[in-house]
Design a binder for this molecule. Structure first.
Ligand code: PEP
Ligand code: MG
Length: 578
């Protein structure tokens, strides 16, 4: 039977394909009772999964023993292997299967919850935190039990009805980034906000996505034919033939429109009144640089380096990071590369840091980004050295996220100097004059810009977080997503104020949040005086199309009027008419 679900449109376009339901770790393990005669088989299934994980840990331990491997990896592997072999994990779930006839996954999760509860009672904070290791080991075994996901391979059918659409309760940014290597037509989730990093990754992959659907995961069945309308934020399950035909047509039209846009690739981004605009790209992984070139971007305005730290058990070493940054710097052939230092925390988590990342009561307000880096100086210094070394191979600059205090800027600059000293001692080459810039994404930074301008060499406005903190709306929470409003008068005024103050101080300023890539807002930003935009490469040509038809002088006058307005409906109306 056909039905439709409505959610938040986060990545445009239309996908038609077959649903593939994915479960994420412990959240959604199946709960069922096994028949008496199947109990031995269920115990064997668990034992096999544990053996698989033992072998995985064995391989990791060989990797950890190799010269140059971080010592944390060896420690982590040892702790995980120890837990895996402890009777509390190795035997107790088997007893649960035997006595209560639970399936293996359920037994394992019950035992994990019991152990986590016991660890929570421990006074010693170091020992208490070991509960994360238990959860990680259990997640490994669950993955082994669930087996490999169905063929999410590069050869999913040519005909789009053979394509796969991922349906999940929730996906972390770390899950979503893995789709870069798979042929996925689109995805939908029950949870999530429009500017969550999961949504951002979807846009960077240029695949349609809808989040905040609430009931997709329980209602959709494996293999159901589905349509994602990423523009309207709709999921249509088992569409009737007429609707399917309409969407096939619309999909082809959109593809045609996109291919026409390619003509703009080599055109200069110059307005009608001859103002040159810089259009740069946001990337998550080194391989994205290919798209940056295809879009004809003026370099990279934001490299979100935290994605290099995800989906792995150990941290990337200084050398590995250096290779990644060097590769991008070289491929940009003289165009600027803005490398943002590690912005981990909140919705962006990394397994390799799970032991040190606290379970914060309110992660978006917690020890994330620069706060985390300053608390972990060795990790930060290794990244700074890697970036500095890469600066010898291109036009690299350093961008620091989540700054709010002058002391944070000063400590960061001191760390950059320390990293330089360390490299001089090692006789490594780097750009001595490398520019260090700051993200303006906390209202306090926007409101005390003078201190930033004095100490930094460029600014980049992170509108995703700036709006989150200004309006007190968690960007990952679909329950308050309707209140996340880029056109709120306070948001517009604050962004305009930062752009204008930076320009007055002759300091380069860009916008690298999602606003920069929304063609419906290009004219508004131009009217505020913005001359540098950074966005997903896939959005660049649509934004350029707006720029070549714009007149900045006329826009400035109209936008000044919008900035004086306080009525949301009037603002929306005027922005649409710009
Ligand atoms: C932002 O906050 O606007 C930004 C660009 O950074 P991120 O989305 O990675 O938090
Ligand atoms: Mg941010």
């Amino acid at each position: 039977m056909s039905f439709t679900l409505h959610g938040l449109a986060v990545s445009q376009g239309i996908a038609i394909g077959h649903a593939h339901l994915v479960s994420h770790a412990t959240l959604e393990v199946a709960h069922y009772t096994v028949r008496e005669r199947d109990v031995p088989r269920e115990i064997e299934r668990l034992a096999d999964a544990m053996a698989t994980v033992r072998a995985e840990l064995g391989a990791l331990s060989t990797e950890a023993a190799a010269p140059g491997s971080p010592s944390e990896l060896a420690a982590l592997v040892n702790v995980h292997a120890m837990f895996l072999d402890d009777p509390m994990l190795a035997e107790a779930p088997k007893a649960l299967i035997r006595e209560r006839r639970c399936n293996a996954e359920w037994a394992l999760v019950q035992q994990m919850e019991l152990l986590v509860a016991q660890f929570n009672e421990i006074d010693d904070s170091y020992l208490r935190e070991r509960k994360h290791d238990i959860v990680q080991v259990v997640e490994r075994v669950l993955r082994a039990l669930l087996g490999k996901p169905r063929k999410l391979t590069k050869k999913a059918g040519k005909d789009f009805e053979g394509a796969l659409v991922i349906v999940a309760h929730d996906l972390s940014p770390a899950d979503t980034i893995q789709f870069k290597n798979l042929k996925i037509a689109g995805f939908v989730t029950d949870l999530g906000g429009a500017t969550s990093h999961t949504a951002i990754v979807a846009r960077s992959l240029a695949i349609p996505a809808v989040v905040g659907l609430h009931h997709a995961r329980p209602l959709v069945r494996e293999d159901d034919l589905v349509i994602i309308d990423g523009t309207r934020g709709v999921l249509i399950v088992d569409p009737d033939p007429r609707v399917l035909e309409e969407y096939r047509l619309r999909k082809r039209e959109l593809e045609l429109e996109r291919s026409k846009l390619k003509r703009l690739k080599t055109a200069r981004a110059t307005t009608l009144d001859n103002v040159d605009i810089t259009l740069q790209a946001n990337i998550e992984l080194p391989q994205d640089v290919e798209q940056v070139r295809e879009a004809g971007a003026d370099g990279v305005g934001l490299f979100r380096t935290e994605f290099l730290f995800m989906n792995r058990d150990s941290l990337p070493s200084e050398d590995e990071q250096y290779e990644a940054y060097r590769q991008v710097a070289k491929s940009l052939a003289g165009k600027p590369l803005t490398i943002r230092t590690l912005d981990i925390g909140a919705d962006k988590t990394a397994r390799a840091l799970a032991g040190t990342e606290r379970q914060a009561p309110n992660p978006a307000l917690g020890l994330r980004a620069i706060r985390y880096c300053l608390a972990e100086p060795q990790l930060f210094l290794a990244q700074l050295r890697a970036i500095l070394r890469a600066s010898h191979h291109g036009r690299v600059q350093i961008l620091v996220p989540m700054l709010a205090h002058v002391t944070e800027i000063e400590q960061t600059l001191a760390m950059v100097e320390q990293a330089k000293w360390q490299l001089r001692e090692r006789r490594c080459k780097f750009d001595e004059g490398i520019a260090v810039g700051g993200m303006i994404e906390i209202p306090a930074a926007a409101l005390s810009l003078g201190a930033f301008v004095k100490r930094l060499q460029f600014l980049s406005i992170g509108t995703n977080d700036l709006i989150q903190y200004l309006l007190a709306i968690d960007r990952t929470d679909e329950a308050v997503a309707h209140l996340y409003d880029p056109l709120h008068p306070a948001v517009l005024r604050l962004i305009a104020q930062v752009i204008q103050a930076a320009q007055k101080a002759e300091m380069p300023v860009a916008v690298c949040g999602e606003l920069a890539g929304d063609p419906k807002l290009t004219r508004l930003l131009l009217g505020m005086g913005l001359r540098q935009f950074s966005m997903h490469p896939t959005q660049l040509l649509e934004v350029k199309q707006q720029i070549v038809m714009a007149d900045t002088e006329q826009l400035a006058a109209k936008v000044a009027r919008i900035l004086r307005c306080e009525e949301p409906d009037r603002i929306r109306e005027q922005v649409e008419r710009l």
